[in-house]
Design a protein around this ligand. Sequence first.
Ligand code: CA
Length: 389
Amino acid sequence: MLVASGAAAEALPSLDKAGFDQCLQELQQKARTEGIDEIIISGTLGKLTMVERVIELDRKQPEFTQTFAGYFNKRVTDWRVEQGRKLLKEHRPLLDKLTREYGVPPQYLVAFWGMETNFGGYKGKMPVLDSLATLACDHRRSSYFTQELMQALKLKQKYGFSNEQMVGSWAGAMGHTQFMPTAYASYAVDGDGDGKADLWNSTDDALSSAAHFLQQLGWQRNERWGREVVLPGGFDYAHLTDGKTRSLKQWGELGLTQANGGRLPALDMQATLHLPAGAAGPAFLTYGNFDVMMRWNRSVFYALSVGHLADRIIGAGALKVAPPEQTPLSRDTLKQLQAKLNDLGYEVGKPDGILGPKSIAGLRAYQLSQGLVADGFPQPQTLEKLGIL
Ligand code: CA
């Protein structure tokens, strides 16, 4: 589970031991107003320690962008597909029951499990309470992590979890499904009937919680996430406007087909076109359930990987167009690109080295004006034309 992003990491004062101790006092006051038991406030919260590594990780910004191939090939592996198929069989009765109850088909639950922790193989070993207290006391995303810390303490109070059990990612995501404390408190359910929702030790609890979470995020029963498609030769990229949906029927009329060449169903269902590696890579049409997957983790690469992994687990083959090997671009290169687009009047905002919707729209407008393939992707031809490469 990805956490909300916050203020830029640059130029923030660093947290020291004295600042942390002061902050712990304030957190204890806050915990009292939230009705948390005094024994947890003085016995646990008051004794938490600062983890410097967590601040380093929170402030670390990647120097280079991640390519779609780099992301996808590491996550949708043959091993993961095989393991997913095996676990689907093993947990079939429970998964079928969850599908009846929550509407989410088995392969998606197994795919999320694979993506989050490699099916429980790596659930994270950082002390969640210490990590959350550290992030709550740091300036960058203090209010978000203060809430998460309070929820984590309430979970401890409700279920009697030990501090040793409460381990997870450096940002506080826990168990087989890597739920943040607020998601844990709101959506975790007891799947095996022992009276506790234990996302670390019970796969039944974890799979049931994933199904409940997806249902609550708006999962549409009987709908796919999306599919790989093929664009027709001479496709007009002016049709590719970020976030704009068309019906499957309309996409079919523009010449898009299924990856196997078959026609798209002439349905009214709304679909969004994604080219995660630009025109040189695979194309996908996604439906409402894709947006639900993005609510679990706000990353297009993540949701495309979960969707495809789910398809593979129930027998689909590899993508027709493999994600192409591309050179990762540095943040500096992307900042130069944004500055150039601003100079040319495209107004993409302050260069930050992150290609958001504004930058992509500006880039696409520039590409259209130059007769380049207008996929809104910083391909070498576009960068050359701008004099950046
Ligand atoms: Ca349980």
